[in-house]
Design a protein around this ligand. Structure first.
Ligand SMILES: Cc1ncc(COP(=O)(O)O)c(C=O)c1O
Length: 554
């Protein structure tokens, strides 16, 4: 008898409404069960959990084309890129059919020569067949590994009835579907994650919109964000997710000669994954990870081939700061660009361009939106010379922000400054409360005088922002469970951050469950680390809820 058990389906409550980007996990064991694949959930963070609307689109297409699986992507072109990026390791032989834009092949071949070997269909390891009309050519029937379906430049008179399904959902906004015909279904989940070309649930239920209308909204949003970041709206790019903004920033700086990255301090898990995986995949030199803020090491690590340095300000989840002025000075003296992920500090507290940083990225999903109902990313450039490179790739892969996501962000960003003012105030009070609580061993927040980042906070930030982390006095599963399971309103037990609602998540369990003990030690992470994203509620109520739960863990 096989011991394999299908995961149990769990309906969970979403935070942020129907298009919410987080879900409530009432018990700590729910998170462990999710990580162990004992349960699968119907709502959650869009890069990890497929929204019910998208699920319908995917399953209908999967059935329709008799595929093993189907993955919906932001656009037809981004689906093509995702397939290429996912499957093609150095030396893989690929067959592209005529329908796939040759520009992609040319682009990647120029950037990473020899990575993709284009061959005839009979010699191919992997066949990629495109379809803009809903039919796949009969000469490869039974052989196709990957099918790509899209509605870009669709000619109505030519479409087959199969494509009606896609159009019914997509309304010709240009969605891409990757159809998997012959690999294991388990691989599908990996697709969605790291580089975040995910499709917004809003996109597939929206009507076709006028280009001029979209452009007008886009221009206005870019103007607001650029204004907040002391940047230029013409050098501002909107993306379907924060990870896409990060991916594009790294990808655009890489070239044949400048082919290595340096990662400074701790970074968000999927940024680490991109920096780890990419060099291997494309045969580039490995990323240099300087985990601690030892800037002295930086100068020696920069080589002729260093393309860029990426740093989070402050870092997630330990809220560490770095002496950025020094980093930029060293980098620029060697002709190296600096990317700052300013998601956590936010432009309310810090403007990297004032310190001569070259590229700023944000997950707009977080503080800039603040409502847990939007997913997106933004990239801003100081130097317009890189703008062309970013623009080229962005257009090639058709990586814009969906119109409806633009509309929601435009609405949410209006009270950004008021929200951040309150979040700064609340988080400093909550950090102090936690520091003095007998059930707590350690609190990470730069507003605390005892925090090693306190002086740097005064040098760079207006306030400590809303993210803080802490370790329980006794950091065991039992105590973590007693704390977590007894938390109540107004604190919501869900991942994500930057919402006006206070969110708590055991970050390391959630994001680094698979990492070994040594890896966690290396990163400086306690397995039961609790990460709190403080919101705008009455601070007494946040404290009351924390105190109540902490007393259970004591
Ligand atoms: C600091 C930071 N940057 C980037 C991201 C990725 O953003 P998104 O989920 O919008 O792709 C995250 C996600 O949690 C993050 O915490």
């Amino acid at each position: 008898m096989s011991k394999f058990k299908f995961p149990e389906k769990r309906n969970v409550k979403s935070i942020g409404g129907f298009h919410g980007v987080s879900a409530i996990f009432p018990k700590l064991q729910d998170i462990i069960d999710y990580e162990e694949n004992n349960i699968y959930i119907n709502r959650g963070y869009p890069r990890f959990v497929t929204h019910p609307l998208i699920k319908v689109l995917e399953s209908e297409n999967k059935t329709n084309f008799n595929a093993v699986g189907a993955i919906a992507c932001h656009s037809y072109q981004s689906a093509i890129f995702l397939v290429i990026d996912f499957f093609f390791r150095k030396g893989n032989k690929i067959y592209f059919d005529e329908g796939l834009p040759i520009e992609f092949y040319n682009y990647l071949n120029k950037k990473f020569p020899g990575v993709i070997t284009k061959v005839s269909d009979s010699e191919a390891d992997i066949l990629v067949i495109s379809s803009q009309n809903g039919t796949f050519p009969s000469y490869v029937t039974g052989k196709i590994n990957i099918g790509l379906l899209g509605t870009d430049k669709l000619d109505n008179s030519y479409k087959s009835s199969e494509l009606n399904l896609l159009i019914r959902h997509d309304q010709k906004n240009n969605t891409g579907i990757i159809l998997i015909f012959s690999i294991r279904n388990a691989m599908l989940t990996i697709f969605r994650r790291h580089i975040g070309f995910n499709i917004s649930s809003r996109k597939i239920c929206s009507k076709e919109i006028l280009i001029e209308r979209k452009l007008r909204h886009e221009v206005n949003l870019k103007r607001s964000i650029a204004n907040l970041e002391h940047g230029d709206p013409n050098n501002c790019f909107l993306f379907p997710s924060g990870m896409t903004a990060i991916f594009v920033s790294i990808f655009s700086l890489l070239s044949i000669k400048k082919n290595q990255f340096i990662a400074l301090g701790s970074l968000y898990v999927d940024t680490i994954r991109i920096l780890e995986k990419w060099p291997k995949k494309y045969g580039l030199p490995e990323t240099i990870f300087i985990r601690e803020s030892i800037i002295e090491n930086l100068e020696d690590s920069i080589g002729e081939n260093t393309a860029g340095i990426i740093v989070e300000f402050p870092s997630n989840p330990l809220i560490q700061l770095i002496d950025l002025e020094k980093v930029v000075k060293i980098a620029h003296s060697k002709g190296v660009k600096v990317i700052v992920d300013n998601t956590i500090a936010t432009p309310y507290n810090f403007n990297p361009f004032d310190f001569d940083v070259d590229l700023i990225v944000h997950s707009t999903t977080k503080f800039l939106s603040g409502k847990n109902n939007h997913i997106g990313g933004v990239l801003l450039l100081k130097d317009h010379k890189i703008s062309k490179k970013i623009d080229n790739f962005t257009k090639l892969a058709n990586l814009d922000m969906d119109f409806n996501e633009i509309r929601i962000l435009t609405r949410n960003i209006r009270n950004f400054k008021d929200r951040m003012k309150k979040i700064n105030e609340n988080s400093a009070i909550v950090a102090k409360f936690l520091e003095n609580h007998k059930a707590i061993k350690k609190v990470y927040h730069p507003s605390l005088k005892s925090d090693p980042n306190h002086d740097l906070m005064h040098k760079y930030l207006k306030g400590g922002s809303g993210l803080l982390s802490f370790i329980l006095r006794e950091s065991t599963k039992k105590k973590a469970e007693r704390f977590y399971d007894n938390l109540h309103s107004p604190i919501l037990k869900g991942p994500s951050l930057g919402s006006e609602k206070t969110l708590l998540s055991p970050y390391v369990i959630m994001a680094h469950y698979e990492d070994s003990k040594e890896e966690l030690e290396n990163l400086g992470f306690d397995f039961y680390l609790m990460r709190l994203s403080v919101g705008i509620e009455k601070v007494d109520n946040i404290i009351k809820s924390l105190d109540h739960a902490l007393n259970f863990s004591n």
